[in-house]
Design a protein around this ligand. Structure first.
Ligand code: AP5
Ligand code: MG
Length: 194
């Protein structure tokens, strides 16, 4: 399996690049944000618990997210690999993911980090907030909360994988295709089976 974590702050382009990658590579895209939004719109038990955190730009508690991703991984353990988007978002989640992979006799192949400055992130998210229905893009205070959650709780995940020698960084500003080409280059050079 090739198991890739697409990493970066809110608005870095994880979802955009993941979509292009799955068209090109035979990986299963798992976006915890998309899965959670689906749970919220279906008004499930999990969705009801997650909604308030998401609407306020806060991370959903680790135990809920870990249980959710565990089920997705087990349901799909026959795929060629996973493309994780928006997960893991805490060191606790990263440790749990490593364990889940181990249970399958697998491991994380690499983490690709999209680097984008705060002003660009805010500009992108506010623009999308005007055009579409994502509740957490509509208010600059919520966007800033998401960015601060990233800096405090999520950025340490990079150090966690750096110790394992699995980090690659990509400039996330510029044309979507250019960024995609750079990601693709890293994957084809450093991962074997994609
Ligand atoms: P999630 O859905 O993961 O959102 P996010 O990480 O805050 O960020 P986005 O999805 O908005 O950004 P993205 O990096 O995917 O960028 P995108 O491609 O969309 O999480 C939402 C919430 O769910 C969290 O706040 C939390 O509550 C909860 N949650 C999710 N996962 C969790 C977890 N593991 N643990 C706990 N809680 C969790 O691009 C953004 C915009 O920019 C788009 O409009 C796009 O068109 C544009 N764009 C993309 N690339 C470029 C470019 N190169 N140039 C110009 N514009 C671009
Ligand atoms: Mg996304």
């Amino acid at each position: 399996m090739t198991n890739i974590i697409l990493f970066g702050p809110p608005g870095a382009g994880k979802g955009t690049q993941a979509q292009k990658l799955v068209e090109n590579c035979n990986l299963l895209h798992l976006s915890t944000g998309d899965i959670l939004r689906n749970e919220v719109s279906n008004n499930t038990k999990l969705g009801k618990k997650a909604k308030e955190y998401m609407d306020n730009g806060k991370l959903v508690p680790d135990d809920l997210v870990i249980e959710m991703i565990k089920n997705k991984i087990i349901e799909n353990s026959n795929v060629n690999g996973f493309l994780f988007d928006g997960f893991p978002r805490t060191v606790e989640q990263a440790k749990a993911l490593d364990k889940l992979m181990q249970n399958l006799g697998e491991s994380i192949s690499m983490l690709i980090s999209l680097e984008v400055d705060d002003n660009e992130l805010k500009k992108r998210l506010l623009k999308r907030g005007k055009l579409s229905g994502r509740q957490d893009d509509k208010d600059i205070n919520i966007i800033e909360k998401r960015i601060s959650e990233y800096k405090i709780k999520t950025a340490p995940v990079k150090k966690y994988y750096k110790k394992q020698g699995k980090i690659f960084t990509v400039k996330g500003v510029g044309s979507i295709n250019e960024i995609f080409d750079n990601i693709k280059k890293i994957i084809t050079t450093y991962a074997h089976t994609v």
